[in-house]
Design a protein around this ligand. Structure first.
Ligand code: PLP
Length: 357
């Protein structure tokens, strides 16, 4: 069988969740949207169910998949419903529901609900993506209370720049939030991973860690707490072909790499169809036969090439780590001009193998 694999270390996932819990001292929803950032939502939810206060996903399709797999914990829909006809399912499965727009508020007011639902009322405190305008926030809260359709309201907002530790933007957003929620006696949820790790003074009765659970730092520079996280995913494969080239020979599509010296090239069963970023350039780190080396030439659909010249112990069949504990996904992401979030979410075709149940 093709040797490409993603190993998912569930013990590392739990370790990272515990860091989120300890640092925040708050209740924590594990964010497992987008199939747990490519790590497999059901298995990750099962691994965390005993400790997490609930889960957060992007939409009802993702939430229903958790219920079908027997997950009974609370599940928050981070964008609420997209159409009002999702409301009966939200009631039936006890999903918690973000309300980020006035049309959603109106839909709840109009709906005949068998039971009241829990709403997380989202304020646009400055990111200007979704969330209610500050002037609409208190009226929306009062209308939800008056509707009789809501059992509990949690006040929430989301940061645009919490990963920038030298920016005032997050404090500015908190100030907007505090002004908008003045006098409302309700629990608050503000912190995502970068805010949880980098902004300890920001209040949050509920935290919403995502990327940190998977062991990737949200920051561009080293950070004491973020550096305690353990990578959960190891993307592995093997060398399936080796060739010796003299100096001056091209490798791969577009001849993007030309050997500067006699070069031993290893071909690895991994490509952009697996989610390895096509934009990763020559020089992107890999580990082969236990030693760091680098990608050479363009990544193709099913294969990529690496330099074995200085790794004499490497040869046909040698194991390759594309990212994991020795090459961080964030290093690959930086080389490919993207972020570990996208690196993980893009994973496909590769079988996921779970350890540390
Ligand atoms: C995705 C998401 C999170 C998690 O963000 P991370 O940066 O991965 O921790 C938290 N809150 C909301 C609203 C989200 O959409």
């Amino acid at each position: 069988m093709r040797p490409a694999r993603a190993l998912i270390d569930l013990q590392a996932l739990r370790h990272n969740f515990q860091i989120a819990r300890q640092l925040s001292g708050a209740r924590a929803l594990a964010v497992i949207k987008a199939d747990a950032y490519g790590h497999g939502a059901v298995r990750c939810a099962q691994a965390l169910e005993a400790e997490a206060d609930g889960f957060a996903v992007a939409c009802i399709e993702e939430a229903l998949a958790l219920r079908e797999a027997g997950i009974k914990a609370p599940v928050l829909l981070l964008e609420g419903f997209f159409e009002a006809d999702e409301l009966p399912l939200i009631v039936q499965h006890d999903f918690w529901c973000v309300v980020h727009s006035l049309w959603q508020l109106e839909a709840i007011e109009k709906a005949a609900l068998a039971k009241p639902i829990q709403v997380w009322l989202k304020l646009d405190s400055g990111m200007h993506r979704v969330g209610l305008h500050p002037k609409d926030y208190q009226p929306a809260y009062q209308r939800l209370q008056a509707s009789g359709k809501v059992s509990k309201i949690v006040l929430m907002s989301h940061f645009a720049r919490a990963d920038e530790l030298d920016s005032q933007a997050s404090n500015d957003q908190v100030a907007v939030f505090q002004a908008a929620r003045q006098g409302l006696d309700a629990e608050v949820s503000l912190r995502n991973s970068p805010a949880l790790l980098g902004w300890p003074q920001i209040p949050s009765d509920w935290v919403r860690p995502g990327i940190m659970l998977y062991g990737a730092t949200p920051f561009e520079t080293s950070h004491a707490e973020a550096d305690l996280l353990k990578p959960v995913m190891t993307l592995k494969s093997r060398v399936i072909s080796v060739r010796e080239l003299p100096a001056g020979e091209p490798v791969g599509y577009g001849a993007r790499f030309v050997s500067q010296r006699p070069t031993r090239v290893g071909v690895v069963a991994m490509g952009y169809a697996d989610g390895y970023p096509r934009h990763a350039p020559t020089g992107t780190p890999v580990v082969v036969a236990g030693q760091r080396s680098q990608l050479i030439g363009r990544v193709s659909m099913d294969m990529l090439c690496i330099d074995l010249t200085d790794v004499p112990q490497a040869g046909l069949g040698s194991p390759v780590e594309l990212w994991g504990k020795r090459v961080l996904a964030s290093e690959v992401a930086a080389k490919a001009d993207t972020i570990p979030y996208q690196i993980f979410c893009n994973l496909r075709r590769v079988p996921l193998i779970y350890t540390g149940e």
